[in-house]
Design a protein around this ligand. Structure first.
Ligand SMILES: Nc1ncnc2c1ncn2[C@@H]1O[C@H](COP(=O)(O)OP(=O)(O)OP(=O)(O)O)[C@@H](O)[C@H]1O
Ligand SMILES: [Mg+2]
Length: 259
């Protein structure tokens, strides 16, 4: 039998280059995580202060200038949109480097889903979408509340952005050993060709407006759903709206993995 050959010079050089590129990618992901974190953090106290101001202005509505409450409400919506965007960036960075780091706890999912949907009411209103929320009471699960929040925010903000002026429906119920969350819209819909691609990173339909998002919300959503041992599916027809359904096991712990 001929002696086993060692790697050639070319193979060694290639392996070194791959290691170098992997290190560069890790550095990029770390930088993205730090940048997203730094961009998001200062906005949290601003948002809290704004909420306080808004509550006071509403309380004194008879004696504050007309339009002030409305102005503050618009500002709150903009700040919340910024926070959602920065949170998505942070999740992308974490998911890319396989550090989703879910914090599993016993969660009242019914209350959480109601709260998150209510947080998006102003966005729905300004897009002219009537938001219908149907939630079965008392569904608890072992899961990561921030992850669930992010999942619903991504699906619901998509439904509103891609279905303006039309009703949007959020429904949540227990389904055997699973929790089933659905977000339905009557918007532009998704072509068969796009359906296979929308969960990929940075994919946006060619028809998507240039001022839209990064094209990462659904990718992050799927990473989170998978990390919670759940699954996500979509059914849609171009021009006839979309329905996204997430199924999460009620009793699961979480695993962390990315692709
Ligand atoms: N409810 C929907 N109706 C129609 N198209 C949708 C819907 N949700 C997603 N899409 C399509 O899938 C693409 C990817 O969605 P995704 O949420 O990942 O990115 P995005 O919304 O464009 O940006 P981001 O979420 O990063 O702000 C969208 O750009 C759009 O083309
Ligand atoms: Mg999105």
């Amino acid at each position: 039998m001929p002696p086993a050959k060692g790697p050639t010079v070319r193979e060694t050089a290639l392996a070194a280059r791959i290691a170098e590129l992997e290190a560069e990618l890790r550095a990029r992901d770390d930088f993205l995580a730090i940048a997203a974190h730094e961009l998001r953090n200062p906005m949290t106290p601003i948002s809290a202060r704004l909420e306080l101001l808004l509550a006071r202005a509403r309380h004194m509505s008879g004696s504050v200038p007309a339009g002030l409450v409305h102005g503050l409400e618009l500002l709150e919506e903009l700040v919340n949109a910024y926070l959602r965007r920065a949170t998505t960036l942070l999740e992308v960075a974490r998911a890319s480097s396989g550090k989703l780091n879910l914090q599993t706890a016993e969660v009242d999912l019914s209350a959480l889903i109601r709260q998150v949907a209510a947080n998006l009411l102003p966005m729905a209103e300004s897009a002219g979408c009537q938001l219908r929320i149907t939630v079965e009471d008392g569904v608890n699960a072992l899961c990561d509340p921030m992850g669930v929040e992010q999942i619903l925010e991504n699906l619901l903000s998509n439904a509103i952005r891609f279905g303006p002026g039309r009703p949007v429906e959020v429904s949540f119920a227990r389904d055997g050993e699973l929790a089933r969350l659905s977000v339905l819209d009557e918007g532009v819909g998704i072509s068969d060709c796009d359906k296979g691609l929308i969960f990929e990173r940075f994919h946006r339909s060619r028809r998507a407006k240039p001022n839209g998002g990064f094209g990462v919300g659904l990718w992050v959503t799927r990473q989170l759903v998978r990390a919670m041992r759940g699954e996500i599916s979509v059914s849609s027809r171009r021009g006839a709206g979309s329905a996204f359904t997430v199924r999460l096991p009620l009793g699961s712990g979480s695993t962390v993995h990315g692709d």
